[in-house]
Ligand binder design. Structure first.
Ligand SMILES: [Zn+2]
Length: 49
């Protein structure tokens, strides 16, 4: 069972991406480097609810 999660920029807090993950195999919060169009650069994006 994979759950849809939202990734939010850690700089501007905008929610830029959605992805899926398996909470059973990945219980920790996801953090990915992704392009933020609000910051206009690559920033860390963290999982939010
Ligand atoms: Zn941003």
């Amino acid at each position: 069972m994979r759950d849809i999660i939202t990734l939010a920029c850690t700089e501007c807090k905008q929610r830029n991406y959605t992805t899926t993950k398996n909470k059973k195999t990945t219980p920790e919060k996801l953090e990915l480097k992704k392009y933020c169009r609000f910051c206009r650069t690559h920033t860390s994006h963290k999982e939010t609810k």
